[in-house]
Design a protein around this ligand. Structure first.
Ligand code: GLU
Length: 447
């Protein structure tokens, strides 16, 4: 066993969280530990402060009951959490996810990853994540509104512009943020930037909705530029049909790429000659109405392949934008056979450890979500600045700032991840994010 593996093994065995109970959290921490423990050991201040061990034990975990009434007058009970991982470099910051799969393990992993992602943006943003095991599918608008109000009723004392600033994530979009903000304002008797992703009429930022998808494509363009290539004519596979997937698709198309797929849990929407913006907008409308995408009108072009994943289609680039661990070993092998040479993560941790190993062994370049999908939280940071300054910036100004931030993230990651013959983006992102956190944590004493 080499020094790096030995250090990682000792570190992981010292974690309070057990691998069986918190597999996602373990996977995320181990992925980072492998790259940064040697950096920590080589700096006396970082080592003394035990930076990674601090980050692997959240500052605080809030766990609460959410009690609300459904449309038939029945009392419904859900469980909610907010994991406040670290506020060493800024107020706690990260999204809220409403999904039946949400549990403490998932939120701890997401909060941990968020710290590194937010550090990479260069903005003053700490790391957190929250959500509930609530399933909005099949629920009416009024039920979802009541749920959001009950959720914020429990969380409001812990949320505020300098304290903790939640945003959206899976199943929490602009509509839910509006309801959550209304409830926060009422509970706290205050108006301020306590959430991001707000509507434009009450402190939201231009480009926030598009930011994660656009940022992903700006990052991908930097990767290609580094290899002397562009997106023009590239065949791109995208999974997912949400905000990240659809805005990445639209931006990639506008830069000349052929986007062959989008997908949902039932199958893949496939257009051999590339989807059109009209087809992507149709997906957005169906998604907003809570409807499936299985029957696209013939006039739009694509067909829907039930039970199929995008990864079996021949292409150059894959952008997994659905959810964590969506690509395991089998899917990674498919990607290799499909000829894909770059995978950039729009979702958080969409590759299992085994999938990443398979892809790397075949020289497929992987851009980790903490770098490639940081555009969303970056524009959240810009929304916080606008709120603090009581300003609203133009779409052009925000888009230009987003592009600059993604370019700067790429520069830092490439600098830390440069290896003979290319760039190890995963390692580069882990080390660049870690250095910023480590400087802050080691400078602030034992707290
Ligand atoms: N949920 C998004 C993410 O994973 C955005 C978080 C935010 O804007 O606070 O980064």
């Amino acid at each position: 066993m080499n020094r790096k593996d030995a250090l990682t093994e000792v570190f992981m065995s010292g974690l309070a969280a057990q691998p069986e109970a918190e597999p996602n959290f373990h996977q995320a921490v181990e992925g980072v530990a492998r790259d940064v423990l040697t950096v920590e050991k080589n700096d006396a201040d970082y080592a003394a402060a035990r930076v990674l061990a601090c980050l692997a034990e959240p500052d605080r975990v809030l766990s609460f009951r959410i009690t609300w009434e459904d449309d038939t007058g029945q009392v419904q009970i859900n469980r909610g959490w907010r994991v406040q991982t670290s506020n060493a470099i800024g107020p706690y910051k990260g999204g809220l996810r409403f999904h039946p799969s949400v549990d403490l393990d998932t939120l701890k992993f997401l909060g941990f990853e968020q710290c590194f992602k937010n550090a990479l943006t260069g903005l003053p943003l700490g790391g957190a994540k929250g959500g509930a095991d609530f399933d909005p599918r099949g629920r009416s608008e009024r039920e979802i509104m009541r749920f959001c109000q009950a959720f914020m009723g429990a969380l409001a004392p812990f949320v505020g512009p300098d304290q903790d600033v939640p945003a959206g994530d899976i199943n929490v979009g602009a509509r839910e943020i509006g309801w959550l903000f209304g409830a926060w304002r009422k509970h706290r008797q205050s108006f301020g930037g306590a959430l991001t992703g707000k509507g434009l009429s009450f402190g939201g930022s231009e480009i926030r909705v598009e930011a994660t998808g656009f940022g992903l494509i700006y990052f991908l363009s930097c990767m290609l530029h580094d290899r002397g290539e562009t997106l023009e004519g590239k065949r791109v596979l995208i999974s997912g049909k949400g905000n990240v997937a659809t805005h990445a698709a639209l931006k990639a198309m506008s830069l000349g790429a052929k986007v062959l797929t989008l997908s949902d849990t039932g199958g893949t929407l496939y257009a051999p000659d590339g989807l059109t913006p009209e087809a992507v907008n149709w997906v957005r409308i169906r998604k907003a109405r809570g409807e499936d995408i299985a029957h696209p009108p013939a006039s739009l072009g694509p067909r829907y392949k039930a039970d199929a994943l995008p990864w079996e289609i021949e292409a150059d680039i894959a952008l997994p934008c659905a959810t964590q661990n969506e690509i395991g070993s089998a899917e990674a092998a498919q990607l290799v056979s499909s000829g894909v040479t770059i995978v950039a993560e729009g979702a958080n941790m969409p590759l299992t450890h085994e999938a990443a190993t398979t892809l790397q062994s075949k020289d497929v370049i992987i851009a980790p979500g903490k770098a490639a999908n940081a555009g969303g939280v970056a524009v959240s940071g810009l929304e916080m600045s606008q709120n603090a300054m009581r300003q609203s910036w133009t779409p052009e100004r925000v888009d230009a700032a987003l592009r600059d931030i993604m370019t700067e993230i790429h520069r830092q990651v490439a600098h830390e991840g440069r290896v003979p013959g290319g760039i190890d983006y995963r390692r580069g992102a882990n080390i660049a994010g870690f250095r910023r956190l480590a400087k802050a944590i080691s400078a602030q004493g034992v707290v």
